[in-house]
Design a protein around this ligand. Structure first.
Ligand SMILES: *[C@@H]1O[C@H](CO)[C@@H](O)[C@H](O)[C@H]1NC(C)=O
Ligand SMILES: *[C@@H]1O[C@H](CO)[C@@H](O)[C@H](O)[C@H]1NC(C)=O
Ligand SMILES: *[C@@H]1O[C@H](CO)[C@@H](O)[C@H](O)[C@H]1NC(C)=O
Ligand SMILES: *[C@@H]1O[C@H](CO)[C@@H](O)[C@H](O)[C@H]1NC(C)=O
Ligand SMILES: *[C@@H]1O[C@H](CO)[C@@H](O)[C@H](O)[C@H]1NC(C)=O
Ligand SMILES: *[C@@H]1O[C@H](CO)[C@@H](O)[C@H](O)[C@H]1NC(C)=O
Length: 425
């Protein structure tokens, strides 16, 4: 039996936090991979019992889509040293279309397939990120694949990172003929191959980066999760030999509870953990990751990226919509410059800054937090699934409990993250 929580947090706060997060965390749980087996969650305090069914494998009806041809005279030279992509604004342009849709790309999880899931408004797909100081280069799938020639690219992290991975795969896959590509989905590790380029675009599931008792078999109740904040080797052994590594971790730390942080081995039982504030535990976990990178990565061979936290939009009061329900029914980005909501924790951000600054191996930050903060309109909201099933009409009518304001529709905002990533490749 795990110990009872040591802190004296009022029960009501715990209940609220657990209700909010229990649901929220459900969103990642059953979606690690199509292979995850069914399970039953029940949260009495939230009166939400859900049966999780097996995800259906997406059909293999790969459509070969003609390459999008870009104007050849794209003369702009982007220089990451000269231009910050962090500050800017979203510009609406209806004639700019995403490079793929959730019908054309066969590799998208239904979790992100908003249009397939019934989303009718389309404006959210036509906003472009316009940095203040320069133009963000367009994502050219051909150039992206050429940059990956003979290489392994691996995204490592949580379901948001999986969204970024799927976005990247979808951005490039349409120019690859059917027989030249393959996808192998695994519970933990998935590999997309572009054969003619001898390149892979992979995803490795490690929601905390460091080890926890909830990595492979997810523990739905955040109170029962224990993190081994000083251990990363079990995951990291799968990261060696990769040419380009792109990490993230954030939202799993944000259960609203203290993090049960363990040093040493689980073999001594799961007692003996310390309960630490999320930001403290997060910093320790990041340092563990950073030490691994510094002692195992040869920066001449491997490039390392880190995607900063993806904001959640759970409080419509953050953007002044007092009558709103989380991000539900939002159709326009926030225009107020530097808007920063309660879903993006500044302490966690400064932990990233502090740790990355001290690393030997240079890490390129894909700082997506501010630009994504504006995009209350672009979450999956009610156009998603739960435990492998599309939300029912009753669930859709209850956005307070069922709207997903953490993950993003694809195509959508993660395409812009990849545009930034591409600009730095
Ligand atoms: C919108 O995008 C199209 C296609 O890239 C471009 O030709 C046009 O100038 C853009 N419109 C504005 C107002 O930027
Ligand atoms: C393909 O790429 C791998 C590294 O990902 C490399 O080891 C191998 O030699 C490459 N093969 C060819 C035929 O280029
Ligand atoms: C990386 O390359 C530089 C220049 O070629 C060399 O001085 C340095 O020792 C190399 N670093 C490693 C870790 O191999
Ligand atoms: C919010 O709802 C209240 C009562 O339903 C209404 O009086 C008020 O005008 C609404 N405010 C906004 C900003 O829509
Ligand atoms: C969603 O917003 C539209 C207007 O923006 C409004 O007409 C509609 O009633 C809203 N739907 C719900 C369920 O609040
Ligand atoms: C990312 O950008 C924000 C500003 O939008 C900044 O406050 C933050 O420190 C940056 N994060 C890192 C890790 O550099």
């Amino acid at each position: 039996m795990p110990k009872p929580p040591r802190g004296k947090v009022p029960l009501s706060i715990i209940t609220i936090a657990v209700c909010a997060l229990a649901f929220v965390l459900l969103l990642y749980t059953e979606r690690i991979s199509p292979l995850s087996s069914g399970s039953v969650f029940s949260f009495k305090s939230c009166s939400a019992k859900r049966n999780a069914a097996k995800l259906k494998k997406s059909g293999d009806k790969n459509a070969y889509i003609k390459p999008i041809s870009y104007a050849e005279d794209d003369r702009f030279e982007f220089d990451p040293e000269e231009c910050s992509l962090v500050h800017g604004k979203w510009v609406f342009n209806r004639s700019v279309n995403p490079l793929y849709s959730d019908r054309t790309c066969p590799y998208l999880d239904r979790q992100f397939s908003c249009v397939k899931n019934g989303r009718l408004d389309s404006d959210y797909r036509h906003w472009q990120w316009q940095p203040d100081d320069c133009m963000l280069p367009r994502f050219d799938p051909q150039i992206a694949l050429r940059k990956l020639q003979g290489k392994r690219l691996m995204f490592v992290g949580d379901s948001l990172q999986r969204g970024q991975w799927e976005s990247f795969v979808c951005l490039v896959e349409s120019i690859i003929p059917q027989r030249q590509k393959s996808m192998k989905r695994g519970r933990i590790h998935s590999v997309f191959k572009a054969k003619e380029y001898n390149a892979t675009i992979e995803f490795y599931w490690a929601p905390f980066l460091v080890e926890s008792n909830s990595d492979v078999h997810i523990i739905a109740d955040p109170k029962k999760r224990i993190l081994k904040v000083d251990s990363v080797a079990k995951h990291a052994k799968h990261w060696t030999g990769v040419d380009i590594l792109a990490f993230n971790t954030y939202v799993w730390w944000m259960s609203g509870l203290k993090i049960k942080s363990l040093w040493g081995s689980f073999d001594n039982g799961e007692e003996g953990y310390d309960e630490l504030d999320a930001a403290v535990s997060y910093r320790i976990g990041l340092k563990t990751w950073a030490n691994w990178v510094d002692s195992n990565i040869n920066p001449n061979k491997t490039r390392v990226f880190f995607t900063t936290m993806s904001p959640t939009h759970q409080r419509s009061a953050d953007w002044g919509n007092m009558n709103g329900t989380k991000c539900f029914n939002e159709t326009k980005p926030i225009t107020k410059k530097q808007h920063w909501g309660t879903g993006s924790n500044k302490q966690m951000m400064s932990a990233v800054t502090g740790v990355v600054e001290r690393m030997k191996v240079p890490v390129t930050l894909i700082n997506i937090t501010q630009l994504s903060e504006y995009r209350i309109d672009a979450h999956s909201s009610i156009y998603t699934e739960l435990g492998g099933k599309l939300l029912t009409d009753e669930e859709k009518a209850d956005p307070l409990h069922y709207a997903d304001c953490i993950h993003w529709c694809l195509p959508g905002v993660p395409d812009t993250w990849n545009q930034i990533f591409y600009a730095h490749l």
